[in-house]
Design a protein around this ligand. Structure first.
Ligand code: SF4
Ligand code: SF4
Length: 474
């Protein structure tokens, strides 16, 4: 009895603190309480991976920007690998791989991406962290919002919004830095000499970051994010999600002292609602707004510690486990098998693509008008338009030669083509002519093979098969 009384006394303040915690109905700004705990630490850790976003545009690789999406030049540079438009299918595979990873993770553990990695929730968390440090706890923030304007209120709001805008500016510049020379971009912005498009991108990102993370916050997760809409078809009874153990928690009720034995473990303090960044009540079951961040688990664990009950009233749990069934191993779940298979196929395709990107790419078009020309000496001439792309970072000296299975087909100006230079990262268009003595041609269309042989790098050999067209009736 006296022990119950002590517990009751110790949480009186808690109930007083949490009176204003209520479920998000969309009509007001969510001011979530920040509480320490295992999942809070995990969130900081996962959020820190976004530091790579801010660092990556400045990394150099072989004297070149390591990550550069050169849209005007139609080339993507990825750590020494140059992706040309003709290799873009690999980026499609990367997108498929990322989407399947997202689906797979959702099937296994719900919206983990939303809770721990999504830029919207990560930036919102940083913005609310700043808000918390400057304006105080959720209750103090609500009071401040309602209070009339004073010097103190103006000072706090100015500092907060200045910091938010600085983060938004840094985000915008960093994003733009992936598409152009990052150091020159900083110079251009600082000297106000950036191009119009650079200013537009920066303006859009500042506005987007400031509004979405500063003001719209969880409303984006509720109303704008398509992923929230489709998650319900991706999770199933095997998915492990933050779950309120209603067997243990119900019937819930406030601690009032006295005999509490008829009640469940939930003391109805609503701290789990108060810490939720999207303002949902996990006790009401799976919600579209739940981003599976685990903040309610940390909160409830701390409450269980205070009332001397075992932790885990809210925990990561599947619906099957909640119903007393055993969770099947991952390799027996059809969704996991399907997603893993597609994922591995996409990875295999990317590895194959990267391993077989030709250092020099040839495209050869046989001239159609005319198909061939009869020269004054009676020989037959065909014209070809060649586009050679040197995908390497250095100029390449190469030779061009022609081989034919039948007929004496030779390259006009052969000596010239024994040593030509293809500029690094450039597409070189040129024309060639092939000649043949008509008496040596056995058929109307003869196979020919054009070969580019590296001189700078002899291991480079690129071939292209085409036809040599002669007169009909052979
Ligand atoms: S589930 Fe835990 S945090 Fe939520 S109201 Fe019950 S006791 Fe409090
Ligand atoms: S209900 Fe819990 S896990 Fe879901 S968003 Fe809210 S705090 Fe995070």
């Amino acid at each position: 009895m006296s022990e119950n009384r002590q517990v009751s006394d110790s949480i009186d303040d808690l109930y007083a603190d949490t009176l204003h915690y209520h479920v998000n109905t969309g009509g007001e700004t969510i001011h979530a309480k920040r509480m320490p705990g295992r999942f809070r630490n995990l969130k900081w850790l996962s959020m820190s991976s976004w530091l790579l976003f801010f660092i990556s545009p400045y990394l150099q690789w072989n004297g070149h920007q390591a990550l550069l999406f050169d849209i005007p030049g139609r080339k993507f540079y990825l750590f020494g690998i140059t992706i040309w438009p003709q290799d873009i299918w690999m980026l499609s595979l990367v997108l498929i791989m990322l989407a399947i990873t997202l689906f797979g993770v959702t099937a296994v553990a719900g919206r983990l991406f939303c809770g721990y990695f999504c830029f919207q929730t990560v930036w919102t968390d940083i913005f609310t962290f700043i808000e918390d440090k400057i304006e105080g706890s959720p209750m103090q923030r609500r009071k401040l919002d309602k209070a009339p304007w004073s010097a103190d209120k103006i000072r706090k709001k100015v500092i907060k919004h200045t910091l938010w805008i600085l983060i938004a500016i840094l985000t915008g510049i960093t994003f733009a830095a992936y598409f152009t020379n990052s150091f020159e971009l900083w110079h251009d912005y600082l000297t106000l000499s950036a191009s119009l498009i650079a200013w537009v991108v920066l303006g859009l990102f500042i506005a987007g970051t400031y509004i979405l993370a500063g003001f719209m916050r969880e409303q984006v997760c509720f109303w704008l994010c398509p992923y929230a809409r489709i998650q319900s078809v991706m999770v199933d009874k095997d998915s492990i999600l933050p779950t309120y153990d209603y067997h243990r928690g119900e019937p819930r009720g406030k601690v009032k002292g006295g005999d509490e034995s008829s009640k469940g473990d939930c003391i109805d303090c609503k701290v789990c609602v108060g810490v939720c960044p999207t303002g949902v009540d996990i006790r009401e079951g799976l919600s579209e707004g739940c981003i599976t961040c685990g903040m309610c688990i940390d909160a409830c664990d701390s409450i269980m510690d205070r009332v001397n009950k075992p932790r885990g009233l809210i925990r990561y749990l599947s619906q099957k486990e909640m119903e007393g069934e055993k969770l099947p191993p991952l390799f027996r779940r059809p969704r996991v098998i399907t997603y893993s298979t597609i994922f591995m196929l996409a990875v295999a395709g990317i590895i194959y693509g990267l391993a077989t990107i030709p250092p020099i790419e040839l495209s050869i078009v046989h001239s159609r008008q005319p198909l061939f020309m009869r020269m004054s000496d009676g020989s037959i001439q065909n014209k070809y338009t060649i586009k050679a792309v040197n995908k390497l970072e250095t100029d390449q000296r190469v030779s061009l030669s022609v081989q034919s299975g039948s007929g004496n087909i030779r390259l006009v100006d052969e000596a010239y083509f024994r040593d030509i230079t293809l500029k690094a990262g450039k597409l070189v268009p040129f024309s060639i002519f092939l000649l043949a003595d008509p008496d040596t041609l056995k058929q109307e269309n003869s196979d020919v093979r054009l070969t580019i042989q590296g001189i700078t790098q002899p291991e480079i050999t690129v071939t292209y098969d085409s036809v040599f067209v002669g007169p009909k009736g052979r």
